[in-house]
Design a protein around this ligand. Sequence first.
Ligand SMILES: Cc1ncc(COP(=O)(O)O)c(C=O)c1O
Length: 377
Amino acid sequence: MQVICLEGDSLIPINAPQIGEEEIKAVVKVMKSGVLTHGLGAGPMVTKFEKKFAKFVKAKHAIAVNTGTSALHLTITGTGIKHGHEVILPSFTFVSTAEVIAMAGAKPVFVDINPETYNISPRKIEKAITKKTKAIMTVDLYGLPADMQPIREIADKHALTIVEDSCQAHGASYKRRPPGAFADAACWSFYASKNMTTGEGGMITTNDDELAEKMRFMRSHGEKEKYQSLILGHNYHMPEIQAAIGCIQLKKLPKFSAKRRENAKRLSTKLRKTENLQLPKEPRGYKHSWYLYTVRLKDAKRKKRDKTVETLKQKGIGAQVYYATPIHLMPYYRKFGKHRLQETEKAAEQVFSLPVHPGVTAKQIDFIGESVLHAVA
Ligand SMILES: Cc1ncc(COP(=O)(O)O)c(C=O)c1O
């Protein structure tokens, strides 16, 4: 386990992998077994991890891959999105969400967010639909699920697919159902910073039998049998070692989530003392994963927010901004057209995230709380 302290120049990191002896033993066991991967991407550990993960999110199928980005790419291409199509998504997210649409040759169409939740605004989706629209990609930003029910209704009305980017939402829920329940497929990341990790890794969950089979082939060069490619594919295999770590991390996830929740609650109690911050919300019917505890410095310009973050960093608190540049303003993505996303651009100037991961102690949360109150006073 990573050692975190307040002394010296050590930082309380924004997130830190929680790896213990069990994971180390599981890795050694796989290495000794000699089975490190499988020709079609479905070795014994990968299959075990997929079964456990599918059960955890109450999905019919889980397909393990090497990254969350691969999960998103397989899903976008597996659902048939290609050149000439448009996909609606928020701009206030990690770049992968848009990247995979562009990689498929389709056009990302960015829609503004709800300023309270930072997730895509269902109200604004319908206005962005054209004859070319094929899908909506929702993102459960910071670990708070998107408002999926109205989005499902819009998608059904216009015969659109929904891909849910749940890369930050392990353990979250919406209307008592896990991420993916209102989507055609959900995509997960097990990157080292995530609520559960395999170092790098990803998963797709879906209830669609046909799509699941197609994505299994696409994960492995489009093959059902070796050297008999049926469709275009990739090598997106998850290695056996990663899957072994994943099985242990999944077992530990409820404990990790409870600690994140406890830390978030304690931090909110402290930070309620100031009027200068908008604290993260968990609306009724939602369960946050608390991947990121994100506050907004009200009425601030970028410079003031950046200065606050710098002050906290100097105190040893790994405050971070997610995301300072919305995707529609990134150099590469400007070519997809001019988007005016007022709430997205405002949030990108004002938000910053604070550490609440399971390695952060109550004493550290109090220190973070006091330091933030002082910095924003
Ligand atoms: C919202 C979101 N989408 C996609 C990804 C991509 O996942 P990965 O880093 O595993 O490729 C991440 C994680 O970094 C993410 O946070």
